[in-house]
Design a protein around this ligand. Sequence first.
Ligand code: COA
Length: 158
Amino acid sequence: MTTDSTELVWRDATSDDATAIALLERELFGSTAWPQEMVREELEGPYRAYTVIEHEGSIVAYGGVLSVGGDGDVQTIAVTESYRGRGLGKQLLHRLLRDAVALGATRVFLEVRADNPVAITLYERSGFEHIGVRRGYYQPDNIDALIMCNRTLQEASE
Ligand SMILES: CC(C)(COP(=O)(O)OP(=O)(O)OC[C@H]1O[C@@H](n2cnc3c(N)ncnc32)[C@H](O)[C@@H]1OP(=O)(O)O)[C@@H](O)C(=O)NCCC(=O)NCCS
């Protein structure tokens, strides 16, 4: 694909995006996808900031953060398959970190499947450290969740 990044539209997500994001959740996360009602609650909920990236009117990437009491969480981040590997995931993650700081976060946590090396590398290169493991957290596959934390938000979100 020869998409130029200038053709991509970045914007804040709204509850009108719930249906499209829920469809992408099913496609990208399968059995662990958020149901549409949960997506809608996230998009409408307080202390959150969600972003979508559109190309030719369709959402090609989305992500969101929650921040309460100085602790942020990357709630979700995803890039559709044919738009991967061109820096969108990294740029989106960095926007989420800036949003978390704007919401008052001084550190940001996330959980990632231990069998997702692409995401783990992205997080490591964006200032996240491994701080713990939840054994068998993802069921029924029985995959561990790695817990990661970014305490260097200013550097990572530049
Ligand atoms: C994880 C994900 C968001 C990355 O998005 P992306 O747009 O492809 O990522 P980028 O092109 O910005 O690459 C960012 C980093 O990811 C890593 N990466 C990207 N593609 C990779 C690959 N094929 N193999 C290994 N590492 C890879 C690299 O570290 C890269 O950084 P670098 O370019 O400095 O080397 C995307 O793969 C995705 O949506 N996956 C499915 C959903 C998912 O797993 N979300 C995370 C849930 S915790």
